[in-house]
Design a protein around this ligand. Sequence first.
Ligand code: AMP
Length: 414
Amino acid sequence: MIQKIKGTYDVYGSLSLKHLYIKSLFQNVCENFNYSYIETPLIERSELFHRGVGETSDIVTKETYDFVDRGGRNNTIRPEGTAGIARAVIENKMYTTLPLKLFYMGSMFRYERPQKGRYRELRQLGIELYGSSDEMADAETINLATTFLKELGLKDVVVKINSIGGVETRKKYREDLIKYFSKNIDNYCEDCKERLNKNPLRILDCKIDADKEEVKNAPSILDYLNAEEKESFEKIKKYLDDLDIKYEVDNRLVRGLDYYTNLVYEFTTPYKDIGSIGGGGRYDNLLSSLDGPEVPAVGFAFGFDRIVDVLNELELEIPKTDEIDVYVLNIDQKEYAFNLVNTLRENGYRVDMNITSKNMKAQFKEADRYKAKYLIIIGEEEVKEEIYTVRDNLTKEEIKVSKDDLIDYLDINL
Ligand code: AMP
């Protein structure tokens, strides 16, 4: 038997209902905020992620699925959505009409060590807002995200925000962090040793070393922000306050991707093994680093799989079921039933019948398996009289309804 690849999973049964529900809710919220759907290829030139996501991020250095295609070109199966969308924005000159508000949903691939909440095929829901450096744009993205979480019923999510300043600020901060951590770097994990000179900010959110007193007492980026960056961060906080969005400032928050500047944020949950369900921030230099024009940008990505984990953890019911409206049973009247099913479907009902020649008992069983709300039983008499027996499958009450009145009856009762 061929088995699925480690770190991937199949979506079916009640899980598939959750997936469809979350996607449609995300779509609704995004459209409500006037974002349009974008879909970019799963595969891109490897160079895009090296230049876009950055040479020092774990995603690019250790986790990409790379392959050489039959034409000898280096390709990568996308590990995240932002770089591909940036490429599409440049290539299709979408930046000529700004602002540009986009949302996406889809699979990403990262060669990580699989465990609960960490997959090799992970799904993300995200948005990108191009063309505004106004703090209102930063706040809008967080507002969209928290609106979505609220509608899903995820109440315990904490929004953590931080500012990592611009390039100059980070340069100075980086130098000081290298000095600060150099003294005792031998006591740190192998990854942190490597991070020290490449990307010392990442030591601050290292899963292994983050609890060290020395890490907790490390210099804070917020003390390095220049006046303009400080003011910008304050403005964002003010907008969030006005929107009544609760947040925590976390000066250790740096995020894993290299392209962020100024605002970074993360959505964390108190549930064991789940941790962060999403994050984002501002990346004003991304487009220009990919040979595009200077266009400011801000956005986030949610980890779809982890949102599903939280729904399961909280045992939250979703308002989507696989119950069918009507199941049509027949005694030797297959074709007649088939036509009736079709008419009901044309009228928008979720309807089914037996298509494997089962006897009556088996048809009743199948109706229960599909959780049919109503049963319509078609026998010789019903075909002749064109009057059907409609049974409420819950109360078992039956009523005779003529063919002409059937749709009206269902419209009223369903
Ligand atoms: P990132 O693109 O790394 O900023 O991640 C955004 C969100 O995607 C995270 O907050 C997680 O919820 C989710 N995520 C990242 N990596 C994985 C993974 N390997 N498996 C499942 N979810 C992930």
